[in-house]
Structures are given as C-alpha cells and as structure tokens.
Design a binder for this molecule. Structure first.
Ligand code: FAD
Ligand code: EGO
Length: 475
C-alpha cells in the first residue's frame, strides 16, 4: 500500500461495478485511495437472476494479468476456469476437426461472467478503504468538479456525491462518456454491425456429462451465420448464434427455426434438443453489437474512462474483457511511474492506451468481416493451417496474429505492426524462392524450348506469388 499522504487523502469514485470497475476498485484500494464503487444494479451475489449479456467469456493472458494484480487469478483460473486448448471446428456434415491454440500448451479459459464479477466484488469488499454503493445509477456529473448525481433506486431518491477523481467503468452505453461528449475536443464514433447475437444452451447429458468434448472452443463457421459454444462449470454449454438481425426476424415460427438449424447446424439440434431449442429461441431476444471509439479518455486530473465505456468492441476476438482488465494494469503502471500525480497520470494514460484500444477495436471488427466472409468450415480450417504452416516454417519469426493478441501482452497496436512486418517477410521469401526456382531452370535447361518454358514458369510463379500474397494480406 502506498503511504504518501496525497494518496491516502484522495477519494476516487468508480462508476460501474462490472468486470472492469470491480477490478479497478481493488487496484486503487491497493494503492491506498478511498474508493467508492457505484453500481446501478443490486448486489449480484444475492440475486437469483442477473439480467444482461453473455454468460461465459474467454479469458486470456491480459485479463489474467489484471486478476493476478489483486490476487484472484488462482481462484478464478485454477478453481473455476475451464481450459480450451483448441478450437473444434464443426463441419456441415457433423464431422469435427480440432486445431490446437498453442504448441507450448498455452490455452484460453472459459469463465462465468457472474462468477468473475462476484469474486472481484468480494475482493473489493475485503479492503477497508472500499465502499460499494449498490442500486446507485449515475444520472449526471460535473466531471471537472468531480460532482455526481445518482438515483438511489432502492429509496427512489437522488443522491449527490463528490470525488477527486471519477472513473467511468459503466460499459458500452456509458453515462460518464455521455458527460464527456458535451465537452470540446472530445472525439467519439460508434458503429452498430448488421449482426445480432442470441445465447442458447446445450444441457448436460442425462448422466450429467458434457454433451461435447469439454476442453475446446467449439466453432460452427457458416459464413454469415456463425455459432460458437463455450463450456460452463455445470457441464452445460453456452451457445452463441451470430447472424444478421433481419435474419433473426425471418425465423418467426418453430418450423422456420428448425429448418434453419437442419440446413446449417444439423448436429446442434440433437445437442440442444428440439423442444428446448424452440422454447429458448422464442423466449430470448437477439441482441445488438456496438463498436465504440473515443478520445481522449480523461478530463484534466478529475475524470477517466476505462473498459467498454472507453472502447466497446464487437465480440469476434474474445478480447473486450481482457482489454478492459489490461486497462487497469496499464493505469497502475502509470501511477507507479508518475508517483500517483493525477495531473500527469491521466493524460499519459490517454496517450498510451488510445492507440492500443483502437487497434483491438479494429482487429475485432476485421475478424467479424473475415469470419463472415469465410463461407464454410473448409476455408476456416485452411486459413488456420496456413498460419500453422508458416509458424512451423519460421518459428519465432512468424507468429499468427491470433496468438500474438491472445497469448502475449504485446501492445495491441504493435501486434498489427508486427503482423505487417511478418507479411512482408513472407512475401519476400515467396519471391526469392520463385526467382531461385527459375534460375535453376535456366541452369539445367539448355535448349531454346526450355528457355521459353522457364519464362512461362516465371510468369506463372509470379502470379502464384501475387495470389499467395493476397491471401497473406487478408490474414
Ligand atoms: P460492463 O461489464 O458492461 O459493466 C458495466 C457496469 O456498469 C454494469 O455493472 C452496469 O450495471 C453498470 N452501469 C451502467 N450504467 C451505469 C450507471 N449509469 N450508473 C451506475 N452503474 C452503471 N470479452 C472477452 O474478453 N472475452 C469474451 O469471450 C467475450 N465475449 C463476449 C461475448 C458477447 C456476446 C459480448 C456482448 C461481449 C463479450 N466480451 C468478451 C466483452 C465483455 O463482455 C466486455 O468487454 C466487458 O464486460 C466489459 O466490462 P466493463 O466492466 O467495462 O463493462
Ligand atoms: C480466419 C479464421 C481468420 C468469438 C479465423 C480469422 C476469434 C477468432 C466469436 C470465436 C477464436 C475467443 C470467438 C479464433 C479467424 C472467442 C476467436 C478466431 C468465434 C466467434 C472467440 C480462433 C470467444 C479468427 N476467441 N475467439 O482462431 O479459434 O479466429 F468464432 Cl464467431
């Protein structure tokens, strides 16, 4: 715990006790601040049903680093997380293929959103200098004064509060960000993608086992209709179906729905169960997906945005939570560097984090487009095989982008830069090899006819190289 008086006297309000807000509260408490954590919902630990999105998430190294900083990584990853060591690709004919994530055994973990949130809330409460205010909805804020107005939904009355620093961790539809948008030189953009998502469930088998091999991220690549499944602690699976939102509306009868599944996911019908599929589909809503960029993330030394509030992304990279938790690690590092001087820390945070946040927002969007355009599972497998081939051919030099993003803490923006550099190297190797091939042809072939042949080979190989490059470029 930092002892300097300027820290101990400072009061920080964290708005939103989701995955990022509850972690950030722990991080600041660790530094000795007086932390007030405000949350719109009630205490999820005492609720039977928690409304909201996505039941489980893929956690990787960036999220784990955040959890580790407040001492809950073991509890969440070892005691709860289910390792997913490979993706399992489901073909249309029901056959499957597994492709491991990592040769050194690194993997991603399926964790329950609610469980992670509960562990972090409990951890936050262990600090004497954290106070959690549930049922507090931020209505308004004067960000340069650190003045906030909440609606206490349990008493149905307005409550005023003040803090030296207000941190908005209030998600993709952030109210703190809305306050920042009233200010000059604050930039903001948002995009809704045409796809929506719906969560379905594959229950455990009658003998209480997983209905599919558990240690995989299951993927049904079908071009515009994508489906994935992540394992749950209770041996069920959460299935997420992605498709254009208009398509959801055309599936308006049980027959239409079952026909759609028969055509695109015949193997999933038996796994989910016909009746359950129909019941769950029509009981659920298809939810929208939004992508948000903004900058800067701070106002003077009095306010900051973190997590989805600063950079909501489409879920096609499995990095939203990971990035938000890494935000907390980055802020902590800058607090160390600038000795908790908020006048310096906040601008440094905006400057340092913005290029990385925007990079992963872009990467997530590229993945969306890419996966949507891969019309079938054969193409998906081909692309992963190509990655695999290159990383074996050039170990250490060529690292697949997914691997760099998911299994390292390389800054997101430099993942993109490295990828470009790698592609250039591969392009050069392809060129050198084809030129060398033709030279060999010249050396060994002495007749005129052989020369003509070699020349036509040169043209051929060149166009092949260009095509290969186009494929590499898109990967
Ligand atoms: P949130 O989790 O949205 O929390 C915000 C909190 O603020 C909530 O508790 C809310 O009640 C509260 N709040 C909102 N408004 C107010 C207000 N006015 N006053 C007070 N409190 C307020 N990420 C991954 O890393 N891996 C995955 O596999 C993954 N899968 C995903 C799948 C789907 C379908 C979706 C939609 C997202 C997925 N994500 C994934 C992204 C991840 O869910 C988010 O990035 C993450 O939840 C962001 O955390 P957060 O704390 O910033 O926001
Ligand atoms: C060609 C083939 C180019 C989220 C495949 C790019 C994302 C992308 C939504 C998976 C894994 C965690 C996820 C891979 C690619 C979560 C993920 C991937 C989905 C959908 C997801 C992979 C929740 C992109 N990671 N990923 O390589 O296995 O590849 F399929 Cl729809």
């Amino acid at each position: 715990m930092a002892d300097c008086a300027n820290v101990r006297n400072k009061k920080i309000a964290v708005v939103g006790a989701g995955l990022v807000g509850s972690l950030e509260a722990c991080m600041l408490a660790n530094r000795g601040y007086e932390v007030h954590l405000y949350e719109y919902r009630g205490d999820i630990r005492t609720m039977e049903h928690v409304p909201g999105r996505s039941i489980n998430l893929a956690m990787s190294i960036r999220g784990r680093t955040g959890l580790g900083a407040v001492g809950v990584e073991e509890k969440i990853i070892r005691e709860h997380g289910i390792p997913m060591r490979a993706r399992m690709i489901h073909n249309l004919d029901g056959t499957t293929r597994a492709i491991p994530y990592n040769k050194d055994g690194k993997c991603i973990y399926s964790v329950g959103r609610r469980y992670v949130n509960e562990v972090l809330l409990t951890r936050a409460e262990e600090f004497p200098n954290v106070k959690i205010h549930f049922n507090h909805k931020l209505l308004n804020a004067e960000l340069d004064q650190g003045a906030m107005t909440f609606l206490d939904t349990s008493a149905n009355e307005e409550v005023k509060a003040e803090a030296d620093l207000v941190i908005g961790c209030d998600g993709a539809y952030s109210n703190v960000r809305k306050q920042m948008m009233k200010r000059s030189w604050f930039n903001y953009s948002q995009v809704y993608i045409p796809h929506a998502y719906m969560e379905l469930c594959i229950p455990p088998t009658p003998d209480g086992e997983f209905a599919m091999p558990p240690n995989y991220l299951h993927i049904w690549p079908r071009g515009k209709f994508m489906m994935i499944a992540l394992p749950n602690q209770d041996k069920s699976w959460t299935v997420t179906l992605f498709m254009p939102h208009e398509m959801f509306q055309t599936l308006d009868t049980p027959d239409a729905l079952l026909n759609f599944f028969k055509t695109h996911y015949p193997d999933a019908i038996a796994l989910i169960g016909k009746e359950k599929l129909v019941a769950d589909f029509f009981a659920n809503k298809a939810l929208p997906m939004i992508s948000v960029k903004c900058s800067p993330y701070h106002v003077g030394s009095t306010s900051l945005l973190m997590g989805d509030a600063a950079h909501a992304m489409v879920p096609f990279y499995g990095q939203g939570m990971n990035c938000g938790m890494e935000d907390c690690v980055v802020l902590d590092e800058l607090m160390n560097k600038y000795d908790d001087d908020l006048e310096k820390v906040l601008p440094a945070y905006s400057e340092h984090r913005n290029p990385d946040a925007e990079a992963i927002v872009d990467l997530a969007m590229y993945n969306y487009i890419e996966m949507r355009d891969l019309v079938n599972s054969r193409l998906f497998l081909l692309r992963k095989k190509w990655d695999d081939f290159l990383s074996r051919l050039l170990p250490g030099t060529w690292v697949p982008l997914y691997t760099m993003v998911t299994f390292s803490r390389e800054r997101y923006h430099s993942c993109i830069a490295k990828k470009k550099w790698q592609d250039n190297i591969v392009a050069r190797i392809v060129k050198v090899c084809s030129v060398a091939g033709v030279m060999m042809g010249f050396l060994f072939a002495k007749t005129e006819a052989a020369h003509t042949l070699a020349n036509s080979f040169l043209t051929h190989i060149n166009s092949l190289a260009t095509k290969t490059l186009a494929v590499v470029d898109r990967s």
